[in-house]
Design a protein around this ligand. Sequence first.
Ligand SMILES: [Zn+2]
Length: 334
Amino acid sequence: MKQNASIQLARTAELSTLGELIRSQLPDVVHAGPSPQILQRQLSHLIEDGCLITARQDDRYHGVVALDLLDGRVTACYLDPALVDAATPRRLIQAAEKRALMFGLRKLACCIRKPALRFMRALGFEPDPDDSEAAQAILVTKDLENDAPAWIRDVFALHDQLGIPDDYGARHRLVMVADGRNLESIGFDVYDREQWLTPAAAAAWRKMHETAVRAGVELQVVSAFRSRKYQAGLIRAKLDKGQSIGRILSVSAAPGFSEHHSGRALDLKCPGEPPVEESFARTRAYRWLSANARYFGFHETFPQSNRHGIIWEPWHWCFRPGPFGNPQPLRTSS
Ligand SMILES: [Zn+2]
């Protein structure tokens, strides 16, 4: 009996293997098309966005799907007939649906060959009624909103109330963030408001703060956890003052898409600096963070010219423990 392949997001380390596989197995996709370098670049963007999903067992790929965020489509699907079991295509498409939903896509489309229509219908995709019966390639779509988890439907409802464009997440390559739970207090911010983080982020913050103090750097908290409801309130207040939604979204994240919802993000400043200003990047505190924050698991999410098209936010640091999240030798000088 075939064992289930595990469904996962492709990682950068798999780039060349996947490039080779796709070049050799999907000649219709790459027909007279991109050079190996361009294909690698396209794959590397898909991997960075978490839009390349694989069904893999050990080092063998049973299948791959790619999600095109801007078109809201599953654009390429590869299945190895020698390896794949009956459940894998369904699991791959469902993983793509889940991923699309995280980017705030309310519908997912897929251009399929006719023999796949029955399979896609069983997954809830329907062809456009105007499509010609005789066409060889059929565009099928599925509404993702109705079966979405309650918190995601809540994000959609807030977006409808505030007039946030449907493609906000896809355009900025940002995924939705659920409100964090079981948060713990990290004390008071520069405005004397109590602030909260997840226990792991709070512990890492305390350690980072202490180490910075020992290096002669004072880090101050401007903001930590913010719920999506609170974020929606901030945006509503700006709308009420007559600002356009486009202008507001150029400086504030749409509710449901701010890392602050997670309870893992911090906006920081240092004495003598105004809060949330780019000038923070010219301070010694910022230089210290750039050199050391990673050792505590904190990363700058929106550096200069970031791929999200979000303004440079040198004050915004998010706790994402990864290979650098574990204790490492520390650089104590700034
Ligand atoms: Zn922030």
